[in-house]
Design a protein around this ligand. Structure first.
Ligand SMILES: NC(=O)c1ccc[n+]([C@@H]2O[C@H](COP(=O)([O-])OP(=O)(O)OC[C@H]3O[C@@H](n4cnc5c(N)ncnc54)[C@H](O)[C@@H]3O)[C@@H](O)[C@H]2O)c1
Length: 254
């Protein structure tokens, strides 16, 4: 129960395959109280059904690009008594920008990917940081190897993840003096709704399973358990880091 007494906001559950759902399950098992948000009304029913399986879990709608919804979310979290943990598991790029040549990405595709997938960590952290005052706050986001390596078809999302990981370091510098830590989990490929948008994703899964030191793909529970460590006091000396949960794939050269 390494998260007993902690309140966590988990942003990015779309369905039972979402990495954020893996995180929510690990957090609940470790004793955290949860508030899960969903992006649109279309996702409400499914996310509420998942939340019902973790007793006491609240749900709220919040599109992170909608300032008014973020303000409402913050007000509700304040009434809840603030939060100790923010999990940002949000990303989006247009399907046409996740295939073919990277050089063809138009400015609109660039803005969409970077605004939704990287800037939203900055804006959301800024919004909730006051709610973490006086607590040992922890902010977590989810990244991918495409931030630092060229991964076929990941394209503009790789640039967005590079911006995300740099933002983790700058936010860690900003918020460290307030006792708030900021880290990322870089997950190996997992079949989710977002992953389905990446061309030839199935090939990526096979490639990683063949070459990773552990010779297998990861699952959402492994991401959730690593996130629980980073959100807990067990990692109190860790900030500004990217922790790979990828069966070791990132260390492999030739
Ligand atoms: N699946 C993978 O292979 C993999 C690997 C490494 C990192 N990640 C990262 O994990 C995170 C979660 O993705 P996932 O794979 O679980 O897929 P997912 O589709 O289940 O989750 C993505 C979430 O982002 C949310 N989202 C997008 N735009 C939003 C907005 N404007 N406001 C609020 N929410 C918004 C979606 O509603 C969805 O819940 C993403 O950052 C993704 O890049 C995924």
């Amino acid at each position: 129960m390494i998260l007993k007494g902690k309140k966590a906001l988990v942003v990015g559950v779309a369905n039972k395959r979402s990495l954020a759902w893996g995180v929510a399950q690990s957090f609940a098992r470790e004793g955290a109280e949860l508030c899960m948000t969903y992006q649109t009304e279309r996702l409400e029913k499914g996310v509420k059904e998942l939340a019902d399986t973790l007793p006491g879990t609240r749900t709220l709608m919040c599109d992170v690009m909608n300032d008014a919804q973020v303000v409402t979310l913050v007000e509700q979290l304040k009434a809840w008594g603030g939060i100790d943990i923010l999990v940002h598991a949000v990303a989006f790029a247009r399907t046409e920008d996740l295939e073919g040549d990277f050089k063809n990405v138009p400015i609109e595709g660039w803005h969409t990917a970077l605004d939704v997938s990287a800037y939203s960590l900055v804006s959301l952290t800024r919004a909730v940081a006051p709610l973490m005052e006086g607590k040992a706050g922890s902010v977590l986001t989810l990244s991918f190897l495409g931030a630092t390596r060229a991964v076929q078809n990941y394209n503009v999302m790789g640039v967005a993840k590079a911006a995300l990981e740099a933002s983790v370091r700058y936010l860690a510098m900003d918020l460290g003096p307030k006792g708030i830590r900021v880290n990322a989990v870089s997950a190996g490929p997992v079949r989710t709704l977002s992953a389905a948008g990446i061309s030839n994703f199935a090939k990526m899964l096979d490639f990683v399973a063949e070459r990773a030191p552990l010779r297998r793909n990861i699952d959402q529970a492994q991401v959730g358990d690593a996130a629980a460590f980073l959100a807990s006091e067990l990692s109190r000396g860790v900030t500004g880091q990217v922790l790979f949960v990828d069966s070791g794939y990132n260390i492999v050269g030739v």
